[in-house]
Design a protein around this ligand. Structure first.
Ligand code: DGI
Ligand code: FE
Ligand code: FE
Length: 195
């Protein structure tokens, strides 16, 4: 199903708080800019951004059930409830909104944890969520600057900051987040040897 921006925003709004809606519009604008810069399909970036936090306010029980019945990694359930809305969102966006595009659904699925071998759309959504203008994490300014010149390095910086943040609170780090980090470190060091 093809949805225009205005319709998509109207569909997502009732599922979000006002603050989360403002964040969503920020992610949308940032994702579109990144998509232009890094030659990603702008419409896919827009749709993935608009719906990335669609499931944010569903109950933990509903989200856990979705993950179980799809046979998805049980560690989403074990590690941190903050992780559930990403895979649950990809399922609900397909079922309730009718978005079938596997690239858009995957970008939503992985937007919180990241994963190894992310495609450019997945990277754009992961990064846009981290750097959109309403975010004020420590170090976000440097990631925003890097996002204008090097997508992989900017994603790596966001992962680095998130891993350090979780470790500082002695919270578990989802395995795919560490795989994403390792993958980009190796990828960037290969690029440097070639260049
Ligand atoms: O939904 P948002 O608030 O816009 O952002 P998000 O989907 O990136 O969720 C962020 C939360 O997830 C943040 O509080 C950090 C937390 N989190 C918990 N465990 C992990 C994690 N993030 C990653 N990348 N990896 C984890 O293992
Ligand atoms: Fe999210
Ligand atoms: Fe978000």
């Amino acid at each position: 199903m093809d949805i225009d921006q205005k319709t998509a925003l109207k569909l997502v709004k009732p599922h979000l708080t006002n603050k989360r809606y403002i964040h969503t519009v920020g992610v949308m604008n940032t994702a579109v800019n990144l998509a232009h810069r890094y030659e990603v399909n702008t419409n896919k970036a827009k749709m993935a951004a608009i719906f990335h936090d669609y499931a944010k306010y569903r109950s933990v029980e509903e989200m856990r059930e979705i993950i179980q019945k799809n046979g998805w990694d049980e560690r989403f359930i074990q590690f941190n409830n903050e992780l559930l809305h990403a895979p649950a969102g990809s399922y609900l966006v397909e079922k309730e909104i009718g978005i079938k595009d596997s690239e858009i659904l995957s970008a939503i699925f992985w937007h919180t944890t990241g994963k190894a071998n992310m495609d450019p759309l997945e990277k754009v959504i992961f990064l846009a969520d981290y750097i959109e203008p309403n975010r004020n994490f420590p170090g976000v300014k440097e990631v925003r600057e890097q996002a204008e010149v090097d997508l992989d390095r900017a994603v790596l910086m966001a992962l680095h900051n998130t891993v350090l943040f979780l470790m500082s609170k002695e919270e578990p780090v989802f395995p795919e987040t560490l795989h994403a980090y390792n993958d980009l470190v190796l990828e960037i060091s290969k690029q440097n040897k070639k260049g």
